[in-house]
Design a protein around this ligand. Structure first.
Ligand SMILES: Cc1cc2nc3c(=O)[nH]c(=O)nc-3n(C[C@H](O)[C@H](O)[C@H](O)COP(=O)(O)OP(=O)(O)OC[C@H]3O[C@@H](n4cnc5c(N)ncnc54)[C@H](O)[C@@H]3O)c2cc1C
Length: 421
């Protein structure tokens, strides 16, 4: 699958990336992690730290998949609002999801700090704008829900917004506890730290097939090298859909641009991250080297070639939308990229075991908060291997029940009553 096209920002800025070799002999390990994106890197990091003899492989260069396209917004606030999660899954489950995400943001910051990873982790507030008047009741309800469960949020009315920004909107939620990051530097840092602890890392090493044996599996690479592993972690990203399609997963095309370094952002309150209630949503953030990243314009899945053709148009749309919000900024698109983006219909990532894959776990961190889900997935996997439970086991498992929102159920019942009478 052509995951990323165009010119993504991260590989072109920042320091030198350590190269890793291709696998050239048969090896054995306790845990094989397949995929070196955010999900695989985080799992491999936590597994190595917990003392598991871990091997990490990737068919591409390290972090050469979707993680290269990641715009690095780290948020507890999900694409599916807390109110909507509660409607779909019930109060306990919905609130647990948001609390797990909130803690995962903090945990990511702690890891970067403790391990000395220069991932430009910067605590940031997030501004969630009502895109139009019609979305205001939903936004207000979400504010009340977040406040009720102790999340640090403020409500901004149009006057508050114009005090802080050069634009106005019908309303907004300002949330604390989020962060911005360079995801590519983070992944490379996690892998370097783990390699220094003894983890073996192989780039350009594609797992092609697998044979189940007593006490584990033998994985074959495309070059017919064998990796014998007691346990495997599939952190194979959106390409997993080509291997084992999941009906809850949906693949889209998404677009992003990064400006030239600007340095200063007049009228941009605390350089907070910005997104909105419209779907697909526009989002913006600033980077540690003074650029503005703008993303969005999601549409149905396209081939890499089709995405490249659309990129010129999408780049201009993103620029126009960002300039409309910040007319004083001299925004040019120095980088522009298009990528596959995956989400689930029910809004939660898919993390757990799947039929037909014994001694294995999948960490498919689909959704706009893939980085946060990667932290949760990694914790769940380490716990699983240690025989411990994790609250995410129940929430994110592949065979979770399909829920109908209560409002819809009630509507359905009343319609049944009407038709019965
Ligand atoms: C434009 C865009 C913006 C985004 N912005 C954000 C954001 O702001 N914040 C956020 O949290 N998330 C964001 N995301 C989502 C985020 O990028 C993903 O959640 C994340 O990158 C997924 O990481 P991953 O490790 O699952 O996948 P990947 O990074 O794709 O890693 C999977 C790896 O598996 C390897 N692989 C697959 N099959 C095999 C095999 N058989 N053998 C060996 N290797 C294999 C691939 O080569 C790949 O490198 C964004 C996504 C896009 C597209």
């Amino acid at each position: 699958m052509d995951l990323t096209t165009g010119k993504p920002l991260w590989p072109h800025i920042g320091g030198e990336i350590k190269p890793y070799p291709q696998l050239e002999k048969d090896i054995a390990c306790e845990v094989l992690v397949i995929g070196s994106g955010m999900s695989g890197a985080m799992s491999a990091y936590m597994l190595t730290k917990a003392g598991f003899d871990t091997v990490l492989v990737d068919s591409r260069e390290i972090a050469g998949g979707s993680t290269m396209a990641n715009t690095g917004l780290i948020q507890f606030f999900n694409d599916k609002t807390l109110t909507s999660c509660i409607h779909t899954y019930g109060e306990e489950n919905g609130v647990a999801f948001y609390k797990l995400c909130e803690e995962a943001v903090r945990k990511l910051g702690r890891i970067c700090e403790e391990e000395g990873i220069d991932a430009q982790f910067q605590p940031r507030e997030s501004l969630y704008l009502a895109s139009n008047e019609a979305d205001l009741p939903m936004l207000e309800e979400e504010y009340r829900t977040l406040s009720r469960y102790g999340f640090k949020v403020k409500y901004l009315n149009p006057g508050d917004i114009t005090d802080k920004f050069p634009f106005t909107k019908p309303g907004a939620i300002l949330a604390s506890g989020d962060a911005a990051i360079n995801p590519y530097a983070c992944v490379n840092g996690l892998i370097d730290v783990s390699a220094a602890r003894g983890m073996r890392v192989y780039a350009r090493t594609e797992i092609d097939s697998r044979l189940e044996t007593e006490g584990g599996s033998v994985f074959y690479t495309k070059e017919r090298r064998r990796i014998r592993a007691k346990y495997a972690v599939y952190s194979t990203g959106y390409e997993t859909q080509e291997m084992k399609r999941n009906r809850n997963a949906k693949l889209l095309a998404s677009y992003a641009i990064a400006s030239q370094p600007l340095g200063e952002f007049p009228g941009w309150y605390k350089e907070c991250m910005i997104w909105e209630t419209a779907r697909p949503y526009l989002y913006m953030r600033t980077t540690a080297d003074g650029r503005v990243i703008v993303g969005g314009e999601d549409e149905d899945m396209l081939s890499g070639e089709e995405r490249i053709n659309r990129l010129a148009v999408k780049k201009d749309i993103l620029l126009d939308k960002a300039r409309a919000l910040f007319p004083e900024l001299d925004l040019q698109a120095e980088f522009a990229w298009a990528a596959v983006f995956g989400e689930t219909h029910d809004g939660y990532p898919l993390i757990g075991a799947q039929d037909g894959f014994p001694n294995s776990v999948f960490s498919l961190v689909y959704g706009g908060n893939g980085t946060v889900y990667s932290v949760l997935g990694a914790e769940m996997i380490v716990n699983r291997l240690k025989g411990l439970k994790h609250p995410g086991d129940r929430l994110f498992r592949f065979d979770r029940p399909r829920h109908t929102p209560p409002a819809k159920r009630l509507q359905h019942i009343s319609q049944e009553k009407i038709s019965a009478s």
